[in-house]
Design a protein around this ligand. Structure first.
Ligand code: SIN
Ligand code: MN
Length: 211
């Protein structure tokens, strides 16, 4: 089993939880999904600005205007959302188990950050109240360049910890940490392993309670 670093109670960083071969296969999947029909788009948030990341949702679509999950890409091109492949859902459950938690995900948000990509501080709180209350975790998997991931408290202003999420790393935050503010401060270009067939960083977050 890979090591587990407790960032906060019930927020565990699992360095290199994905073996190199698994990372390469997952990177190829992400590339194919992103380049395919109903692939990458850049969400426009409520304030009107474009996010600094490309996105594809699997299972359910996260609408950046309404902050709701839906069956079609209502804030973009109206296409039907792609299904969440069973093997990816199983992978998320395996990683959650390695952190001592459980998930039966119904959605995966795949993010693609290039140099300059980032994500502002936010809480993941658009899933069903039952799953939030139960502390069902978010399972995050990273491939490619290292990210400076920031995690804080339950208000924006609380002190924050920086976690360097490298290729193959998992981060599982549930239970008492399910609603912590977090974001991506920056990507460290050129830090990912070679041979993955892309530059930049993929991050997959698996969630339960989007349906
Ligand atoms: C997210 O918070 O939704 C994505 C985090 C990441 O890219 O590591
Ligand atoms: Mn998030």
């Amino acid at each position: 089993m890979s090591s587990r670093i407790e960032v906060y109670p019930d927020a565990l960083h699992l360095p290199a939880v994905l073996a190199p071969g698994e990372q390469r296969r997952l990177a190829a999947r992400c590339l194919a999904i992103g380049r395919g029909p109903a692939g990458w788009y850049v969400p426009r948030v409520r304030g009107g600005g474009l996010m600094r990341v490309r996105m594809v949702c699997l299972g359910r679509h996260w609408n950046a205007r309404t902050y709701r999950y839906e069956a079609v890409r209502g804030d973009h091109d109206g296409r039907a959302v792609l299904p969440l492949p069973a093997d990816l859902a199983e992978l998320a459950a395996r990683v959650a188990a390695a952190a001592g938690m459980r998930i039966e995900p119904d959605v995966c948000i795949l993010n693609y950050y290039e140099a300059g990509g980032r994500m502002g501080l936010h809480q993941d709180k658009d899933e069903r109240p039952e799953t939030l209350d139960a502390g069902v975790p978010i399972v995050s998997l990273s491939i490619g360049d290292t990210a400076r991931f920031v995690m804080g408290g339950f208000t924006r202003r609380e002190p924050k910890t920086v976690v360097r999420l490298a290729s193959g790393d998992g981060l599982v935050f549930g239970g008492r940490s399910r609603l912590r503010y977090h974001g991506v401060a920056s990507i460290l270009p050129g830090t990912g392993p070679s041979g993955h067939g892309f530059t930049g960083r993929f991050n997959l977050t698996f969630r339960q309670g989007a349906t």
